[in-house]
Ligand binder design. Structure first.
Ligand code: GLU
Length: 294
């Protein structure tokens, strides 16, 4: 097994847009420049938010941009048995409990869960499962792009949900388990997920698994400063002009195209970019403006 395993983990809530291309491309380039594997994992564990057909559309968009992954795509929707076994373990370790509090209860607590359901012995049915964050839990890590990171997790977040009241597995749980099971050594993704990293690292620690190295690249924002997303109507990546999309994404990641690139197809461009990828060329900060036409 190579030392480096990277991944791109889209949620099939809609097609890829320029912002998702940046995350896919940065994780791809970082992996390939380290002679590593690059996996694609479909994070289809939230059916109410998903768009029919988006998963296969995303895979076709990646292929059209020359972003070819290693091995089979892992679908989180097929991993329920594994998530259940981890939930059982957290319960057996005394690290988790069922909670009946609603979102508005949490809001009334100021956004940090105060642990009021801890001793209640509630059943699973109709309740969420929270993992317990003991007082004094400090999570520190060094982010490749954003530098030193710190969270006093018990005060910043408090006990957090790993199984939702509606019965779906929480993103934090599924990602932590899958990154560990897939042997992911490096997680390169958008800075909008930086906050989640503290929870994912905490879970990995509780389960006795070594956390990956994390790197959060700036997210692409529109003129109003909003992250490109389906909600603010970011345009779907046009698979008929992959080279142009790649030029723009490479430029945003600090690799402006040069005359050598003229006439290259998507795969040629990617191979060219792998040789030029340098982590310290990626612009600093949490956000970068998206090109006008995206
Ligand atoms: N599925 C998540 C998303 O599309 C990303 C998960 C991750 O990279 O950890 O926002």
């Amino acid at each position: 097994m190579p030392q480096y395993t990277g991944r791109f983990a889209p949620s099939p809530t809609g097609p890829l847009h320029f912002g998702s291309l940046l995350a896919a491309l940065a994780s791809y380039l970082d992996a390939r420049a380290s002679d590593g594997r690059w996996l694609v994992r479909m994070e289809d564990i939230d059916p109410p938010r998903e768009m029919p057909g988006a998963a296969s559309l995303i895979l076709r968009q990646l292929e059209a941009h020359g972003l070819v992954w290693d091995g089979p795509v892992l679908y989180q929707s097929q991993r329920a048995a594994r998530y259940e076994s981890v939930i059982t373990r957290l319960l057996e370790q005394g690290d988790a409990y069922y909670c009946r509090c609603s979102r508005s209860d949490l809001k009334a607590m100021g956004g940090t869960y105060d642990g009021r359901c801890r001793g209640r012995g509630l059943p699973r049915r109709g309740n969420a499962l929270r993992v317990q964050v003991p007082p004094g839990t400090d999570i520190d890590f060094e982010d490749i792009f954003q530098g030193a990171q710190h969270s006093a997790l018990d005060r910043d977040v408090g006990d957090f949900v790993v199984l939702r009241r509606d019965g779906y597995y929480a993103y934090q749980l599924a990602v932590a388990v899958d990154d560990a099971d897939q042997g992911v050594s490096h997680v390169i993704r958008g800075s909008d997920l930086l906050d989640s990293t503290f929870r994912q690292r905490f879970l990995l620690e509780r389960l006795g698994w070594v956390p990956p190295v994390y790197g959060h690249i700036p997210v692409a924002v529109n003129r109003q400063g909003q992250k490109l997303s389906k909600q603010n109507l970011a345009r779907s990546l046009n698979s008929h002009k992959p080279e142009q999309n790649l030029y723009q994404a490479l430029e945003a990641l600090g690799i402006p195209a040069s005359v050598e690139c003229g006439g290259m197809d998507a795969q040629g461009l990617l191979a060219w970019a792998v040789g030029r990828w340098r982590r310290d060329c990626v612009p600093g900060g949490l956000a970068i403006p998206a090109p006008e036409d995206t």
